[in-house]
Design a protein around this ligand. Structure first.
Ligand SMILES: Nc1ncnc2c1ncn2[C@@H]1O[C@H](COP(=O)(O)OP(=O)(O)OP(=O)(O)O)[C@@H](O)[C@H]1O
Ligand SMILES: [Mg+2]
Length: 356
């Protein structure tokens, strides 16, 4: 029997749940000339949602993770590499001749492009221009492409003024939809909502929330055997712990399923046991992370664990507190949905246990 829960990578098919409205909106958007900005904390399901929408409208898509790029030249090479995954480079060879800096492409014996380099150039913008122009040309001739920039806020670190130049290229294109994904809410808002930013209101802005409780409880319930008499309690305990966070819910549910199915564990204890196991598994990492926090960070995290909202944390000066929260949010340890909360429910549990 296969574990019916999946976590970590993109979920499709029977592993994917909810997001009906979001899916419709994205599909409609892909049928227009507009672009999408999709923001949520890490592992809320951005990539899975976009993949599903793109698949359902049957559009070719390339995905560029800006966390994996360290230079403008690297981004241009990544774009080309992704395009060559969809169209063998031999077929596009003639289009490469118009490049101002012609790339050197090494291929596998079967003709797959594996490494792309450019000769040194003083202005790397032309590399991006030519690479995205190739995307536009390919789109013009066939199915129009969708280009996904993942962790788009990382673009800013590549080169000064790169945002302005990228926008100048994209705004003249007519056959490509761009999707900008980001998990750093404040930086993404800065890029797309600040009036002076080149990307100000560049597309439709969408925030992805957790999966609604009613949907997730049904999803989990359907995947647990009807032989469990206290199934409802098990489901409720899982969701109370993870607060419907897509990734952590799937992770905890997967372990609970394993423990019920293979270890025949007692239903009344299984969720607690699974949580203990997950906390223990990450003990070493949690400890290392904790030791790297300063005292203000620790105080804030301990307050959040005990449901003390920031405004009620009287032990710290307000400005110190907010700069620390900002840092914790940028590094992803704290997220803000309705209120501020610790992103990882198992880390929160670890902190609570250590507090005694
Ligand atoms: N619609 C969904 N239905 C069920 N589970 C989901 C859904 N969306 C996300 N998940 C769970 O969350 C995990 C992360 O999803 P995904 O990788 O799509 O998120 P992401 O926001 O792109 O993450 P990252 O910030 O790491 O890029 C999935 O492996 C799955 O366990
Ligand atoms: Mg993703």
């Amino acid at each position: 029997m296969k574990n019916p829960f999946k976590f970590g990578t993109i979920v499709e098919g029977e592993y994917f749940t909810d997001r009906t409205e979001e899916l419709e909106s994205i599909k409609q958007l892909l049928n227009s000339d507009n672009h999408l900005i999709l923001i949520s904390p890490r592992r809320f399901g951005k990539s899975s949602l976009v993949k599903r929408a793109v698949t359902q409208v049957a559009r070719p898509c390339i995905s560029l993770n800006l966390q994996m790029v360290v230079s403008v030249e690297g981004l241009a090479a990544m774009i080309l590499k992704e395009v060559f995954k969809l169209h063998p480079w031999e077929k596009l060879k003639h289009l490469l001749s118009s490049f101002r800096v012609v790339p050197t492409i090494s291929t596998t014996p079967s003709g797959e492009a594996i490494d792309i380099t450019f000769q040194a150039t003083t202005d790397a913008t032309v590399l991006i221009e030519d690479a995205l122009q190739l995307v536009e040309k390919v789109s013009e001739k066939g199915e129009s492409m969708v280009v996904v920039f993942d962790e788009f806020q990382e673009l800013m670190g590549l080169d000064k003024g790169i945002d302005k130049r990228l926008r100048a290229i994209i705004q003249n294109q007519r056959h490509v939809n761009y999707i900008f994904l980001g998990s750093q809410e404040s930086m993404m808002t800065e890029i797309f909502e600040r009036k002076r930013s080149p990307f100000y209101r560049f597309g439709v802005l969408m925030h992805l929330d957790r999966i609604p409780h009613s949907n997730f409880s049904q999803y989990i319930s359907e995947r647990l055997s009807d032989n469990f008499v206290s199934k409802v309690n098990v489901v409720e305990q899982i969701l109370a712990t993870t607060r419907c966070h897509p990734y952590y819910t799937q992770q905890l549910a997967a372990l609970v399923w394993d423990m019920l199915t293979y270890k025949k564990m007692n239903e009344a204890e299984v969720v607690d046991q699974a949580i203990t196991t997950l906390v223990r598994t990450h003990d070493f990492d949690f400890e290392r992370i904790w030791l790297n926090f300063n005292k203000t960070d620790r105080s804030i995290l301990m307050g959040l664990v005990n449901s003390v909202q920031l405004a009620n944390n009287r032990r710290l000066p307000t400005s110190t507190m907010y700069s620390s929260v900002k840092r914790l949010m940028q590094s992803g340890y704290v997220i803000k949905l309705d209120t501020f909360e610790i992103e990882d429910p198992f880390f929160a549990r670890w902190i609570r246990q250590r507090q005694g």
